[in-house]
Write a protein that binds this ligand. Structure first.
Ligand code: ADP
Length: 474
């Protein structure tokens, strides 16, 4: 398994988490069992000590020495010490020294009376037996559990039993818990890693299928999943992305085809003109004619290349046009001024109507290009005798608006949706004589987009067209 893979990481996380849970619950269980056992042990210990005390108390003439000597027949002989505490005799006024009696298994100096614990137990529990665990190397290596209780006014019994056997029992309980924890962990790990592998299986399929999709074959799609889970969503999103990629790659391919075609047409015209010209001797007038027409074609080429460059520069403008304040009436006036010569030459009336001054945020040179393209189109597609009007006004909503209306040939309704596409000419024959390559309106649309504006076309064939550019309300 690859250690940087999601599967490995998930498995490790799962293992760590599970280990913590199993470890914590095992420890808790162990503690609870231990507490329970020690409480039971203490109860037994107290019963044994009490039995000894009551035997001494109820057997006439039995001394403590005899009573202690008689105990210890059990499998685990207890350690016993009877402590006679020192006290002052009220009659004689003398202090009796402390003394003690030990069971036979307690050597001299071992199993000392735990005076402090006895007093503490007495004080805090009002005479209830005190329990404690002691270690005494003189007796044995295992700890010894001890109970201490008063048996008469000045005598205390210290009774202890080895915890060795109990400790062994505790150890095997711990071992059992450890083994079962390990088994649980191993089983859960196997199950968990199976589930993780199953859950990530579809991701692997997606990766494998995605690898097959290359730039040359963007028509391939990942098989759609029936379940709309996260993976299903991923597959759909991925397919959507590939579809968009396919569209834009197709657009680029078509666009470069169109560009080559559009550039080739004027070049071919120039070439054939020159070829025909060179076939035989010509008069100077014929040479001038041919050169003039070649010059016209060159102009056409120049215009196409200029438009293409302009468009590609616009493509690099991201979203916003800038914060300059531009007055639409200034733009329209200067465009109409410049176009009035060509309009007059074609016998057209060109009017400029400023209803209101409108300022928008944007770039003046781009907006001029937009207006110029609309006015040039109007001139181009309006037969002589017609009229054109360019208007600047403000709508009720406060939005600025430029309108260019003509009484020209109009655009058929079915062609309107496509006119903004690059290299779209509505009718090749009518564009041929006027010389457009179908880039003018693409520029208009792109400039409008950059300014957040919309472009609407109303047109009737044979009656005229009206182009409206609406800027967002301030
Ligand atoms: P072109 O350079 O061919 O004019 P445009 O992108 O400017 O390209 O316009 C696309 C097509 O829209 C043109 O071929 C033309 O048929 C049509 N068109 C544009 N403006 C007008 C107009 N004012 N009146 C009629 N048709 C128009």
């Amino acid at each position: 398994m690859n250690i940087s893979s999601l599967r490995f990481k998930l498995t490790v996380w799962y293992l760590v988490l599970l280990g913590l849970i199993v470890g914590a619950s095992g420890t808790f269980l162990f503690q609870v069992l231990k507490e329970k056992r020690i409480a039971e042990f203490d109860r037994n210990l107290r019963e044994q000590a009490r039995a000894l005390a009551s035997k001494w108390e109820h057997t006439e003439g039995l001394s403590w020495e005899q009573a202690i000597a008689q105990t210890g027949e059990e499998s685990l002989p207890p350690y016993i010490r009877l402590e006679r505490l020192s006290f002052v005799d009220s009659r004689s006024g003398t202090r009796r020294p402390a003394s003690s009696i030990r069971s036979a298994n307690v050597p001299d100096g071992a199993f000392e009376f735990q005076k402090e614990a006895y007093d503490r137990g007495f004080r805090s529990m009002g005479g209830i037996p005190a329990f404690l665990t002691v270690r005494d190397p003189l007796l044995e290596a295992s700890p010894i559990r001890v109970v201490m209780m008063p048996v008469s006014r000045d005598e205390a019994l210290q009774y202890g039993v080895s915890l060795g056997a109990w400790r062994d029992e505790l150890r095997s309980l711990g071992f059992l818990l450890l083994v079962s924890g390990g088994v649980i962990l191993a089983l859960a790990l196997a199950g968990g890693s199976f589930i993780i592998r199953k859950a990530l299986g579809p991701v692997r399929d997606v990766v494998r299928a995605a690898r097959k999709i290359s730039a040359d074959d963007l028509s391939l799609r990942l098989p759609s999943r029936r379940q709309k889970d996260e993976i299903g969503e991923l597959v759909d999103t991925f397919n959507g992305m590939i579809a968009r990629l396919e569209t834009s790659v197709n657009d680029i391919v078509r666009f470069s085809g169109d560009v080559s075609h559009e550039l080739r047409t004027p070049l071919t015209a120039i070439r054939s003109e020159i070829e025909v010209l060179l076939r035989k001797e010509r008069t100077p007038a014929e040479y001038v004619d041919a050169l003039r027409s070649a010059l016209e074609e060159t102009g056409r080429l120049e215009k196409i290349i200029g438009d293409l460059l302009f468009l590609s520069r616009l493509d690099t403008v991201d979203g916003t046009a800038g914060e300059d304040e531009v007055r639409l009436e200034d733009i329209i006036s200067s465009v109409v001024d410049r176009a009035s010569g060509p309009a007059r030459a074609k016998g057209l009336r060109l009017a400029c109507k400023i209803v209101e001054s409108v300022a928008v945020h944007g770039r003046a040179e781009l907006l001029e290009r937009l207006a110029a393209n609309l006015v040039e189109n109007a001139i181009r597609y309006t037969p002589s005798g017609g009229s054109i009007e360019a208007t600047v006004e403000r709508e009720e909503s406060g939005a600025g608006r430029i309108t260019v209306a003509d009484t020209g040939i109009g655009i058929p309704a079915r062609a309107i949706p496509g006119v903004f596409d690059r290299f779209t000419v509505v009718d090749a024959s009518r564009s041929k004589e006027t010389g457009g390559a179908g880039l003018g309106l693409s520029i208009v649309k792109r400039v409008a987009d950059i300014h957040g504006a919309s472009v609407d076309i109303e047109s009737r064939e044979g009656e005229g067209s009206r182009f409206t550019v609406r800027f967002p309300a301030p």
